[in-house]
Structures are given as structure tokens and as C-alpha cells.
Design a binder for this molecule. Structure first.
Ligand code: BES
Ligand code: ZN
Length: 458
């Protein structure tokens, strides 16, 4: 084990250089114009995997390619098999003017590397590759077989990965999946995440007149689609922060006393949280703390709202249409399909007959919850503790990784979520960064993890 740790220490600078190369690709899966960049990025990942000694291939899908990279196998191996999942696609970097330096030109400042994708998720999946590189290059025998699956559509809902898992079910069959794509509350607080929220995306379009109209000549005789949409959206949530859609809470699993106790261990006060986010006051569903709300309660969010004239000065029109992009975060045991139809049914019911409403369905993902008491979770906790020299905490997270429930359903494998992102990493925001302490700690965690997982019972 020591040669592995020495290798990690000795190659720190080069690993950082590798990460800089990785984040230069604008692999933005939401924007079709970047299709080629996603392919180039996938090729870079596959080439990197080969360079460090893995058997890597690029597997085409109906969407972006998946990188599959395996540790060299010995014939008839009886070793346990683990899969490491990550994603090379990133969120759109807009608004660009808020970045201190361009999002795909990595900048190092202190212990931080700034670039879109640095934390979510390139830095985190590269940390695992560095750990395995250290094993392979020092000739240290891995106690398990590993398969890396690094995909390019996580940020748009992993639409084609389920099909990929089914096609490759036999070779991907594994004891567990390991994912570093979540967070830790602070550098001294490594964390194991045992639950994620699911997601339901819906786009609402409200149409009125066939074209934008002069608001002086026609205003007052036709419904203004922007006004109709705003009034409709305002009725989806009550003033206490509860979602006002019939049946929405029917399947929500209550929080246990044990879990509520875990939430209290998060090393941040609500006042600090409020200051960190820069809001004058926190808002949220009554009866739950901010940390419970953000990880274990459902929400509705307007992610985008567009209508009418957005340019300089004013333009007096009744816009022809208005559009809102909505997402609902859902929790165990809510079903995305059931929630989606309840939402659409309610939107249609609320829409006045003076405008036409279309609801387009977007991506969806189920919530995830796994026992933090399993042997696998305990092995993960031990690896975190050894790598970060601190007692890890158990967390539920508010974000979504839609494919994890498919790992269970298709491969029969639970997922171990060992995140390396800090709360101020600015994931999905301007000036995303990844902390080098988390990067290096993550590599060590990766190195210890295989010993811990393969050593004990699973
Ligand atoms: N890394 C995140 C998920 C995440 C972030 C989980 C923080 C827990 C804590 C992932 O890349 C992500 O952003 N997923 C999307 C999925 C969606 C687009 C289908 C999300 O949660 O918005
Ligand atoms: Zn993300």
C-alpha cells in the first residue's frame, strides 16, 4: 500500500496538469452544438485510461459515447468486482460574464482549480483514476477487479445509459458501484451519502395571439401569456412552501428520528447557511430545518422563465407566448411518472381558456435511499476516515444522479456515494472550482477503498 501512497504524493503536480487538460473540453451535454466536443472529451478520457494501464474502449450509444475502462483481468479471477461510475459531461457555463476567467480555460488560485466541470464531475472521477494508476504503475496488486464507466449524459438525465447497462449487463455485473459525484460539508468533514433526491422536469408553454401585438392597440382585449403563466405558476406552491398539487405528498416517506438526528450533525448553522447563500432570509417548508428541506423534502423550482422582450430599453407588446422550465425534486418513495402526470393534470386544470397550454416532459429520475449500516457503507466510511484523517458523517443529499436506481434494478448493485465536492465549489454556477485537498484526499480515499471493500465481508 505504501508505494501506492508514495506514487500519489510524487505525482500530485502531474495529476493537476491532467485535470487541467480534462476540463478544457466544453463537454456541455445540454447544448447540441457541443456534440463534437463531447466526443473529443470522451476520446481524451479513453486515451488517458489506456495510458495509465487500463483496457479502455469507447462505446457508442444513441447519445454521447460511454467510456468503459477495466483493470487488467487474470483468467478465472475470483476477485470481487466493483464499478466506478462518473460523468465527463458538464452543465452549461452561462452566464459567461460572471466568470472571472473563461470557464474552459482552467485557472489555479491557491488550492483551487477553477473551470466548469472541475468539481462536477471531472475532478472527482479523475481522483479515482489517479488512485488506480498508482496501483497499476507501482505493480501493487489490486484486491478486486474494477470497471470504470464514465458517461456523457448525466447532466441531461442519463437517457441512454439504461439501455447501455442492459446491453452490457453480463460484463458489468458487479458487487457494488462506487460514485464520487456528491458533496462533503467541509474539508474536515468527509461524508458518505446514503440518499439522493429524484427529479421530474417539465417545460410549460403558454400561447396567446399568433404574434407579438402592440400592447396599446390590443392590450386589455387578449390575455397576456406571461401574466397567465406567472399566475398559474404562483398557484403551484403555497405561502408555507408546500407544493399545492393534489396527491403530490401521498407517497413521501416520513423522516425518522434517527435521520433528523444525523441532520443536526451538519457543521453549519442556519444563519451561516443563509449568509453563505446571500439571501436576506431563508425560505422553506414549515416544520423542517433548512438542511432537512434541501435533502429530504420535495420542492418545485422554476429553472428558467422566458417571455416577451429582453433587450435594452422597452418594447410595448403583448407577447405571443411565455415559457417556464420547471423541475421538481422528489424523495423516497415518490414515483417520477406518477408525479409527472399529477403535475401536468393540475397545470391543465389551472390554465385559463384564454390561452393554450402545452406541457413538454423532460428528464426524470427516481430518488435513492440505501442503508448506511451495511458492510459496504462501513468500508466506505473507513476509507474516508483514513484518507481525510477525520470522522466521516452520514448525509442525505438534495441533488440527483438519475442512473443509480438503474444500477440496482439492472445490475442488482447498490451504490456507494463518496462525494468530494465542497459546498462552495459552485457546481452549476459561475466560477466552479475544485479544491486540491479534496482532489488529493479523494485519490487516497480511492486507494484505501479497494482494500477496505475487498478485505471485509460485502
Ligand atoms: N453531481 C450532481 C448531483 C449531486 C450534486 C448530488 C450535489 C448530490 C449533491 C450531478 O451532476 C447533477 O447535477 N445531477 C443533476 C441531474 C439532472 C440534470 C437530471 C441534478 O441534480 O440537477
Ligand atoms: Zn451536476
Amino acid at each position: 500500500m505504501q508505494p501506492v501512497l508514495n506514487y500519489l504524493e510524487k505525482n500530485k503536480q502531474r495529476f493537476l496538469q491532467d485535470l487541467c487538460d480534462y476540463v478544457k473540453f466544453p463537454s456541455i451535454s445540454a447544448q447540441p452544438k457541443h456534440k463534437k466536443d463531447l466526443e473529443k472529451c470522451a476520446k481524451w478520457v479513453a486515451a488517458h485510461c489506456k495510458k495509465i494501464g487500463l483496457d479502455a474502449t469507447l462505446v457508442p450509444t444513441a447519445g454521447n459515447p460511454v467510456v468503459v475502462a477495466k483493470t487488467p483481468r487474470t483468467k478465472g479471477s475470483k476477485k470481487p468486482h466493483f464499478m466506478v461510475y462518473g460523468h465527463y459531461d458538464v452543465q452549461p457555463p452561462e452566464p459567461l460574464e460572471l466568470w472571472k476567467t473563461p470557464p474552459f480555460e482552467p485557472r489555479i488560485e491557491g488550492r483551487s482549480l477553477f473551470a466548469r466541470g472541475a468539481s462536477d464531475n471531472k475532478g472527482q472521477n479523475l481522483a479515482h483514476l489517479c488512485a488506480v494508476e498508482a496501483y497499476l504503475k507501482t505493480g501493487t496488486e489490486l484486491p478486486c477487479d474494477l470497471t470504470f464507466v464514465i458517461e456523457g449524459e448525466e447532466e441531461v438525465g442519463s437517457k441512454h445509459l439504461g439501455e447501455f447497462l442492459k446491453t452490457h449487463r453480463a460484463e458489468l455485473k458487479c458487487d457494488n458501484v462506487v460514485v464520487s459525484d456528491t458533496g462533503m460539508p467541509g474539508k474536515k468533514y468527509p461524508a458518505l451519502t446514503y440518499a439522493l433526491r429524484g427529479i421530474v422536469a417539465v417545460e410549460v408553454i403558454v400561447e396567446g395571439p399568433t404574434r407579438d401585438l402592440h400592447s396599446g392597440i390590443f392590450g386589455g382585449t387578449v390575455e397576456n401569456p406571461a401574466m397567465a403563466l406567472c399566475q398559474l405558476l404562483a398557484r403551484l406552491r403555497d405561502k408555507n412552501g408546500k407544493i399545492a398539487i393534489p396527491g403530490f405528498y401521498d407517497d413521501v416517506a416520513p423522516l425518522s428520528a434517527y435521520e433528523r438526528k444525523q441532520f443536526k450533525r451538519i457543521p453549519m448553522s442556519e444563519r451561516e447557511y443563509q449568509k453563505f447563500l446571500g439571501v436576506p432570509k431563508l425560505f422553506g417548508e414549515k416544520g423542517y430545518t433548512a438542511f432537512e428541506q434541501r435533502a429530504a423534502r420535495p420542492t418545485i423550482e422554476i429553472n428558467g422563465l422566458t417571455s416577451g422582450y429582453q433587450g435594452d430599453g422597452s418594447k410595448t407588446i403583448v407577447p405571443a407566448w411565455a415559457r417556464a422550465k420547471l423541475t421538481f425534486r422528489i424523495v423516497p418513495n415518490q414515483d417520477p411518472l406518477k408525479i409527472r402526470s399529477a403535475v401536468i393534470k393540475h397545470l391543465k386544470k389551472l390554465c385559463p381558456d384564454t390561452v393554450r397550454l402545452t406541457a413538454k416532459t423532460g428528464h426524470g429520475g427516481e430518488p435513492y435511499l440505501v442503508s448506511p449500516k451495511s458492510d459496504v457503507a462501513q468500508a466506505g466510511l473507513r476509507a474516508l476516515k483514513r484518507a481525510f484523517n477525520a470522522e466521516p458523517i452520514l448525509m442525505r443529499e438534495g441533488g440527483s444522479i438519475p442512473i443509480v436506481t438503474s444500477f440496482k434494478r439492472i445490475l442488482g448493485a447498490d451504490t456507494l456515494l463518496l462525494g468530494l465536492a465542497l459546498p462552495d465549489d459552485n457546481a452549476h454556477s459561475p466560477n466552479e472550482k475544485f479544491d486540491m485537498d479534496c482532489f488529493e484526499g479523494g485519490m487516497k480515499m480511492g486507494a484505501y477503498l479497494w482494500q477496505e471493500l475487498a478485505g471485509g465481508k460485502r
